[in-house]
Design a protein around this ligand. Structure first.
Ligand code: 1C4
Length: 440
């Protein structure tokens, strides 16, 4: 007897498939905190980064230096000086910033150059890493009478040069150091660089790999999804660390200015990057400007997704069979539930000659997304659609899901209450489905 394939693996791999497809060709900026690098997370993190690159994601990495620098300054007996949350970089600190950047860059480059040990053909070309003078900087100047010296801010990102490298399949590695037109170097903040890169490249995602697991609520539970408005409210309550506050502010800023998603997650936990990108529940916190879930009218591009949802249920006798031709002809009656760009559910609202009643039909939620309230959202959506169209009664016919409708206020109905054309279909298909109705 052949051994059973690992059920969990197959389930998880199938769940990841739409995300793999979706992320191919997408530009992602990964901001890696220096705390993560100091914790020696680089070797495992790099394996995941290599995997993302091999799946066709366009990756821009930017690393922090803050904790390296604090350590170096303390070792040299220098004082750590900050103003308005920014380091005051004097000449000695700038020399150490350059050292720290060199150190971190070489470590990242070396780690990314290693061929993954599981690769079947070790002659595969290594990942190419590109770096350069991508950040044009200017001095931050004097703030409240405090000279910030060699601390700078970004004047421009050479996004065209970065795009060229990405088009050639390189991974781009950026350090938080910029050069001015007069040839001076300036120390930059990781958050500022990450935001400038994500915005100028119109990236699809900005991901912070930090020492914190994500944004937490009052009970210290990780919040998996936040809109920028919700994140702004949370920040106003202000119980977050200075690192988290900075990341959250940056995440809000980028999603409100065109980056589709920002993520804050732990760079310390093994595989957190993969879990965040390839599973529905993610691992850390994901931010977007608008809510993640929406129900919208279906169109012809959704037919493939609808078939994927309903085919197994038709085979099991739960739903009526509907051919592709039927779906093409009736797509105007369908709505789909989308969560983070994937279709997880569908429903149709069927009309009759007598417009005082309508039928909720072809209701399905993907098995991996059940029990999250999606079915209920679809039901509410169809109820309000039916009301808007002037129906007074909403019918639902079911062989397996009667209880679900019972619990949501539907009542049993008899065959002769159905509109005549539906009675005819009922008799013809011999399913003996239970009939439910809801007064609208
Ligand atoms: N019976 C009772 N409770 C059920 C249930 C069932 N069959 N299935 C799920 N539940 C409960 C869960 O246990 C959970 O309860 P809890 O933990 O909250 O106490 C709750 O419902 C989950 O609610 P939700 O809002 O999170 O719902 P979802 O899981 O997102 O979705 C569906 C609920 C029923 C939509 C989902 O389970 C599903 O897709 N099931 C398979 C398809 C299905 O049964 N669809 C309903 C069809 S009736 C057909 C047609 O083709 O037009 C047939 C017509 C005919 O002539 O026979 C329809 C309407 O499409 N009709």
């Amino acid at each position: 007897m052949s051994p059973q394939p690992a059920a969990h693996f197959i389930h998880d791999f199938r769940q990841a498939a739409p995300y793999i497809q979706y992320l191919r060709g997408k530009t992602v900026v990964l901001a890696i905190s220096s705390q993560v690098l100091l914790a020696e997370r680089l070797p495992t993190l790099v394996q995941d980064i290599q995997l993302l690159a091999s799946l066709g994601m366009r990756l821009v990495l930017v690393h922090g230096t803050r904790h390296y620098l604090d350590r170096m300054l303390q070792q040299s007996g220098s004082e750590l000086r900050y103003h308005q949350g920014r380091r005051i970089t004097d000449a000695a600190a700038l020399a150490l910033v350059k050292q720290a950047c060199g150190l971190v860059r070489f470590d990242i480059e070396a780690a990314l150059s290693a061929t993954p040990s599981q690769t079947p053909d070790r002659r595969n070309p290594r990942l190419r890493i590109a770096s350069g003078n991508f950040l044009l900087a200017k001095p931050l100047g004097v703030l409240d009478g405090v000279d910030m010296q060699h601390t700078g801010s970004i004047r421009r990102v050479d996004h065209e040069a970065i795009r060229q490298r990405l088009n050639e399949g390189d991974v781009v590695l950026v350090s938080p150091l910029g050069q001015s037109l007069s040839g001076k170097s300036f120390n930059l903040g990781l958050d500022e660089v990450a935001a400038a890169l994500a915005l100028s490249l119109q990236a699809d995602k900005l991901i912070f790999l930090s020492s914190e697991a994500g944004v937490t609520d009052a009970e210290q539970r990780i919040i998996s999804e936040l809109t920028s408005a919700e994140a702004t409210e949370l920040l106003a309550r202000g119980h977050y660390s200075s690192d988290m506050t900075r990341m959250l502010k940056t995440a809000i800023h980028v999603v409100e200015n065109g980056v589709r998603r920002a993520h804050i997650l732990s760079g310390m936990a093994d595989g957190s990057l993969l879990a965040e990108l390839f599973t529905r529940h993610g691992h850390g916190t994901m931010l977007a400007q608008a809510p993640f879930m929406r129900i919208r009218a279906a169109d012809h591009r959704d037919i493939g997704d609808i078939i994927r949802l309903i085919e197994p249920l038709e085979a099991a006798g739960v739903l009526l069979p509907r051919s592709r031709e039927y779906l093409e002809a009736h797509i105007g009656t369908f709505s789909v539930l989308e969560h983070d760009c994937h279709v997880y559910g569908c429903v149709a609202l069927k009309h009759f000659a007598d417009s005082s009643s309508a039928e909720l039909a072809c209701l399905a939620v993907s098995p991996d997304a059940r029990d999250s309230g999606f079915g209920e959202y679809l039901l509410e959506y169809v109820i309000s659609q039916a009301r808007q169209q002037g129906a007074h009664t909403l019918f639902a016919l079911s062989t397996h899901t009667g209880e679900w409708f019972d619990e949501r206020g539907f009542q049993a109905a008899s065959l002769d209450e159905l509109p005549p054309e539906r009675q005819q279909q009922y008799r013809a298909n011999k399913r003996a489905s239970k009939i439910y109705k809801l007064a609208l």
